[in-house]
Design a protein around this ligand. Sequence first.
Ligand code: CTP
Length: 403
Amino acid sequence: MTEKKTIVIGVTGGIAAYKVTDLVSRLKKRGFEVEVMMTEAAQELVAPLTFRVISGRPVRLDLFDESEGDPAEVEHIAIADRADLIVIVPATANIMAKAAAGIADDLVSTVILAADSPVLYFPAMNTRMWEHPATQNSVAVLRERGFKVVDPAEGRLACGTVGRGRLPDIETLEEKILAVMAESERERDYAGKTVLITAGPTEEPIDPVRCITNHSSGKMGCALAKAALRRGAEVHLVCGPIRVDPPAGVRVYPVRTALEMKAQTEALYDAADVTIMAAAVADYRVKDAAAQKIKKDGSTLTLELTPNPDILASLGERKHGVLVGFAAETERLAENARRKLEQKHVDMIVANDVSPASGVFGGDTNTVAIFRKNGATDCPKMTKEALADVILDEIKNLEETKE
Ligand code: CTP
């Protein structure tokens, strides 16, 4: 049996607050747990007891209320943790301004700030308040951060005027809520999976102050880590010296050289369901790196390089789960990618055009083709973030066809 999903409804002080009782009742009938929290102003408009009866749960009113809930829990964090979705309805200009500014001075605004679930706002207010640049700015900030703000409807408003500002009808609210729930469910398609990702360049020492490295920034590997985490995976990120911050929530294993990356990746490989080698591993290291800084003496300096082991190929020899490699190519992309697919015994190669004209190194976009044993997909130029989701989609498809 799947667990019941919890929708936390934050009711703020708009005249439309009374309509939310019907919404709570409908969501309950659909099998959701519904937990209501109210601001002080909302309590002036609808008695908390009404929501308590309809939701069948205590109504949360106060940040410092000791009477309800588990004394071992920090109440606002516990509410945020329980929520699969938070819906603010009606959302006043005030609550959106606070959420946009990160102000947490009552229970509802504090739960919003503590939430890692999606937050859906249904604003309802007088037209001039809705159109005010301050409100429009809050809405823009919230949307930019990925929160959904549904435009209010047009019609007769409580203040007697006609214009935009009405709460949409209950059916519309219900539909939007169901759509967001379905979307977030689908998006957690990596729940229960462990994803191992390598990222960035490696650094091969020449002496204590110099090294051989390459232009990889680590952005692609970090974008993959972020997307896999968002989609519910436990993510292990083995990274060389990258130029971006790894996403919070990912387990990071910093390494420097190819040999260190090999040891760390191999140690984590058995527990991984999906392994993606996005690192640009140096193919060679200096044979005998100097223990002290090399002094110049005017003559030429010859470094003897010795090949590094191919980490991906060695994982391919004991392959399990899904194994994905990248191929950085400046020419004959398809031919080289197909050869790597065969030789390294991997399920998928994401082939990158890294010719200088592509601007891929350190840039925010990437143009790739994805090669599988049974075919290939050409991807248009897109951001590394968007590509990360495309790669994860392809891996999912591959897993499903294998089953
Ligand atoms: N790779 C690896 N270990 C290495 C070199 C590469 O694990 N020593 C992995 C990379 O992480 C990538 C894939 O192999 O997923 C292909 O890397 P790429 O540099 O394109 O190819 P190479 O195999 O090194 O071949 P070449 O440099 O000749 O193109």
